[in-house]
Unconditional design. Sequence first.
Length: 301
Amino acid sequence: MINNPEISIIICTYNREKFLPGALISLTNQTLDASRFEILIINNNSTDSTELISSNFITSNPKLNIKYFVETQKGLSAARNRGIKESAGKLVAFIDDDAEVTNDYLETAIDFFDSNPNIDAIGGKIIPVYETGEEPKWLSKYLWGLVTKADYGENTRKYPVSKYPPGCSMVFKKEVFTITGMFNTELFLRSDDKYIFRRLEAANKLYLYFPKLVVNHHIDKERVTFESVKKISLIVGGSERVRLQKSGIIKNIYKIIEYIFKLFAAIIISFGFLSKFEFSKAEYIVKNRWYTLLGYFITEF
């Protein structure tokens, strides 16, 4: 076993036996020498066959440095924090349990930070892989977040305004967590990602979009249904309320105004889709903004 890996890749998982094997297998053919990385599997109290899958993976790959932990505190942020605490690498990478990395993922990440020592975190290109075999007709660039799609071109750049690396694929210098603090366990869904990158910004730490860092992200058929879109939108709104609950009334008012503005903007954009007879795109962009606004005001979904 290695004592000082350069990078730790963390997979936090909860009842994803359907996709977890693929995520793990994608880490077995890395171009990076096995002596330079470690794999951490954080089982967040799964009730399916996650433990057996992990055990079999460890047994089948004796040349890889793999660590397995059970985190009993519920929530992705708690699992991520456990991964950070248990990691030994100077770099910490996170991928989802339904994502598969390219063979050069870890080497690409290390090379980037070696060449850009002033950058503290990166995200990359995320390509959805749909169980249905085709992209949902309602999807437009305004709703990429619902399927965790990220593609901002082929050049390294800052993220567009109000965008940041999705948790499906993000890499940090581990040292930044001593400055920003850990992930906020009171938050859920995407607000925990937003929280940590806003903390980086507040500490004048830099993060970039790096398109050579690529993952394929599996999207099951339930994820693209209207009920799923509605639920995710509600949760996003509720998560933002929780994130801002200690920020004072002014910031909360600004957030409500922002959501109302985005709802009206969505209505305007929908007319463009309607003019091209893209009715589902028009419908979903408006409903997404409406349910996100609604979610800000309700406590249970």
